[in-house]
Write a protein that binds this ligand. Structure first.
Ligand code: ZN
Length: 113
């Protein structure tokens, strides 16, 4: 299987930069919720905490993606890129093109759930 490594390398790196920039921005917004008892009602406090939960979950996903991209780049260097981490079968080019940081084939990904 021929893989256009420079193409994926470029995409992985620019995606990583994008994620790192987003994480940097998020640092400003994901701060502990300040519970101002006097001005914030119970409901809006819950809203604020819920919003923070969502922001943290998003941040976790981004951090995970950054580390997956790192792993993908290492595999690229080693010439193992594009092969499933699990079963070592080639990953469908369509899947790779949709998300260059995927490390497993569709079968293994769906087995894992
Ligand atoms: Zn697999």
């Amino acid at each position: 299987m021929e893989i256009d490594t420079p193409f994926y390398k470029k995409r992985l790196k620019s995606r990583r930069e994008e994620l790192l920039a987003m994480l940097e921005t998020a640092k400003e917004t994901v701060k502990p919720v300040e519970l101002d008892q006097s001005s914030v009602g119970r409901l809006s406090r819950m809203d604020a905490m819920q919003a923070q939960e969502m922001a943290l979950a998003l941040e976790r996903r981004r951090v995970e993606e950054v580390s997956r991209i790192g792993a993908a780049l290492i595999r690229l260097e080693k010439g193992e890129y594009g092969y499933c981490l699990n079963c070592e079968e080639p990953i469908a080019p369509k899947r790779l093109n949709f998300n260059p940081s995927v490390l497993t084939c569709i079968e293994c990904a769906s087995k894992k759930g």
